[in-house]
Design a protein around this ligand. Structure first.
Ligand SMILES: [Zn+2]
Length: 90
């Protein structure tokens, strides 16, 4: 799989580290159900077949975080944008 880094161009996926789902939102630690919300946030993950938004870190390149829209069935990448543009990783 090759990822089109907006800073470096298209690079092999081995240069990147995968963080995870970019659609999750960190729970409010002051909320009444914070403990359960953090448990779900940390341990419960979906395993989608199809379009997925993910955080990737270009560890062996520009060292920038990217938000990547990838199809998990085909590994086709629809978009890769800088995290600073699309929102920081949680
Ligand atoms: Zn890069």
């Amino acid at each position: 799989m090759r990822i089109p880094c907006p800073y470096c161009g298209e690079r092999d996926a081995h240069e990147f580290a995968y963080l995870g789902d970019a659609t999750l939102t960190r729970p409010d630690p002051a909320a009444a159900e914070a403990e359960q919300a953090f448990h779900d946030y940390v341990y419960l993950r979906d395993n989608p077949a199809g379009a997925h938004e993910e955080w990737w870190y270009h560890a062996n390149g520009c060292r920038q975080w990217l938000r990547v829209a990838r199809d998990t069935r085909t590994h086709a990448i629809a978009a890769a944008t800088a995290a600073r543009v699309s929102g920081e990783p949680a």
